[in-house]
Design a protein around this ligand. Structure first.
Ligand code: ATP
Length: 596
């Protein structure tokens, strides 16, 4: 239901209207009726009751005649309360239907965003802000529109009541309402700007409190380094900056509100004072006088604050529409949520031809004129210092970034022309920062092959290969044991065991090219050596690309590519590179010395 276009003010109402016209119309009508009840009906009911009561006091009427107006007054108050509750209910219902319609659309779009956005902090901030706030902001926006409409109806109702008595007051209020409305909108806008200014600090202090001070991952370091006080101080500093920014505006807004309230009360007093004359002259009933005075004072004291709040919410909702415009304009990755093809493609050859690549917004190239060929069935290893560009090559290969110079050819065809589902079926990757899913161990592995129904036997085959069998036996429910701490029966694994799970997930995938980015960094030497033995066996006929700082593992490779600052500087087998006495030989020698 959301499209790529410019979202404007009116969309704050239009989107909820498209989602549920009935609910929105009912909500608006009820709000307006409530405005009429709380002015007209209350004024007339008060007037009816007070006049009858005065007549009873003056012995003009018997006591029982007061029951009907009293009942009418109570009835009006009761109806007004019922309407308030109905409005609350409608609002909750509206919230649920908006959530139900918008959230899946936002989530779908979010899941299909191009990968470049995932690594861009501005876009991440936009996506977070929109996903978290759109329903609330839209609902507050609708409320703000109806509040403004309600205030206008209330003012008009009061004006129509006093028009015949104090015409000048009608004109005065009508004229003053315009700057009042304008001032309220301005104050609301200022509130919003203060929130925007404070937002980066709020994000920071939420990060300190939610991610560092209370997160499970940071517990050990937090305890060991005892840095809690240090972070609490940082949290306090950012909290204080955010508080000061918002407090400054809050004080000004409060003062403006108070000033408006006092000003409006003076006008209300003036109107009340002027209305005494027609009461004495007998052209205005005392009951009507009291009803109007009460309504005028209620309006005078609440209108400034109500309108300012509405204006603030309108500013938030408008900003939310700007965010929605920006969000819907983001590039989507075609086929991002498609499953990999059921039948893996046949792989023959992969070529990088003079590839240059720069990350979006980065100044320097991460890859410079990179060229290499990978043939089916061979094993390749990328070696190089931290930040030299190894993982970047994998990101390009798997289609995460598609803006580069040069060519990347798979079976002679440019990578960018492949369907996403084919590329997904081509590669299986064990990422350096692989994911730890807090679901069952079996599901953790089965996620590697979602195109087929993976059997328990298939899972056992791969867990044997990565030496996880003993771990599974020791778990309470074996493969069915939930991992992590979300589930109360969950079991946690060690870092190395989690890494084995990630390798098993990759092994169960039928993809013809296996990519392993630092696949054994968390494994003990025995597990590592065993996995390499298994790999030789397992990878026979498959093509593998290894990234590893452990140069023992690269001995298995048919070709080792040494990468420095984004450029391939050496290539060849282990023996050839050792003989070359270049960077690889130096790195290998340094590592070897540690083990002597
Ligand atoms: N999303 C990004 N935006 C901008 N620059 C990035 C991004 N990701 C990586 N880089 C930069 O690109 C260069 C290559 O990074 P890459 O992750 O490919 O290194 P690597 O060789 O895999 O390092 P390591 O051995 O530490 O994993 C580095 O200078 C890094 O700072």
């Amino acid at each position: 239901m959301l499209k790529t276009r410019k979202y404007k003010w009116i969309d704050i109402l239009r989107i909820p209207f498209e989602i549920s016209p009935l609910l929105l119309v009912a909500f608006v009508l009820l709000e307006l009726t409530q405005a009429l009840i709380s002015t007209f009906a209350i004024v007339f009911a008060t007037s009816f009751f007070v006049d009858t009561a005065f007549a009873v006091i003056a012995d003009e009427l018997i006591v029982s005649t007061v029951y009907a107006p009293l009942g009418a007054l109570l009835g009006v108050v009761a109806i007004s309360n019922i309407f308030d509750h109905l409005l609350g209910l409608l609002q909750s219902r509206l919230k649920i239907v908006i959530e139900f319609k918008l959230e899946p659309t936002i989530l779908d779009t979010r899941a299909s965003l191009k990968y470049k956005y995932i690594e861009d902090s501005d876009t991440c901030e936009l996506v977070e802000r929109l996903s978290e706030g759109i329903v609330e902001n839209m609902l507050n926006g609708v409320r703000a529109f109806t509040t403004v409409a309600r205030s206008i109806v209330s003012i008009a109702a009061i004006l129509s009541l006093i028009l015949t008595q104090v015409w000048w007051a009608t004109i005065l209020i009508a004229i003053l309402s315009i700057p009042l409305l304008w001032m309220s909108l301005k104050a609301g806008g200022k509130n919003y700007n203060a929130w925007m200014e404070a937002w980066p600090y709020e994000r920071r202090f939420s990060y300190y409190s939610d991610d560092i001070l209370t997160s499970r991952e940071a517990t050990q370091e937090r305890t060991l380094f005892g840095y809690a006080d240090y972070i609490v101080n940082l949290h306090g500093e950012h909290f204080e900056i955010a508080r000061k920014i918002q407090e400054k505006v809050a004080i000004r807004t409060k003062m403006a509100m108070e000033a408006t309230g006092i000003f409006m009360s003076v006008i209300a007093l003036l109107i009340s004072f002027t209305l005494i004359k027609p009461v004495i002259a007998g052209t205005l009933n005392p009951g009507m006088f009291m009803g109007i005075v009460a309504a005028v004072f209620t309006m005078a004291t609440s209108i400034g604050g109500t309108l300012q709040e509405a204006a603030k919410n309108l500013s938030y909702a408008k900003r939310c529409m700007d965010d929605l415009t920006a969000f819907m304009a983001l590039d989507l990755q075609e086929g991002a949520t498609d499953l990999p093809d059921k039948i893996p493609p046949v792989f023959e050859r992969l070529s990088f031809k003079n590839v240059w690549f720069k990350y979006p917004n980065a100044e320097n190239y991460a890859l410079r004129n990179v060229s290499f060929d990978i043939e089916v069935g061979n094993h390749f290893a990328f070696v190089g210092a931290n930040g030299s560009g190894k993982t970047t090559i994998i990101k390009l290969l798997t289609g995460l970034y598609d803006v580069y110079d040069g060519e990347i050819l798979i079976n002679g065809k440019e990578l960018r022309t492949y369907e996403a589902s084919t590329l997904k079926a081509m590669f299986s990757v064990v990422y350096q920062d692989f994911s730890r899913y807090e679901i069952s161990l079996a599901d953790n592995i089965a996620l590697g092959n979602t195109s087929e129904n993976v059997s328990i036997e298939d899972i056992h085959k791969v867990t044997d290969k990565v030496a996880l069998t003993d771990t599974i036996t020791n778990l309470k429910d074996g493969l069915r044991t939930p991992l992590g701490k979300i589930d109360k029966d969950g079991s946690d694994l060690s870092g190395g065991q989690w890494q084995k799970v990630a390798i098993a997930r990759s092994l169960i995938s039928p993809a013809p090219i296996k990519i392993l980015d630092e696949p054994t960094a968390a494994l003990d030497p025995i597990a590592e050596s065993r996995i390499y033995q298994e790999f030789e066996e397992l990878m026979r006929g498959k093509t593998t690309i290894f990234i590893s700082h452990r140069l023992g593992s690269t001995k298995l490779a048919n070709e080792i590519l040494v990468i420095e600052s984004g450029e391939i500087t050496e290539r060849g087998t282990h023996n050839k590179l050792i003989k070359m006495r270049g960077v690889y030989a130096k790195m290998f020698e340094l590592q070897r010395r540690w083990y002597e």
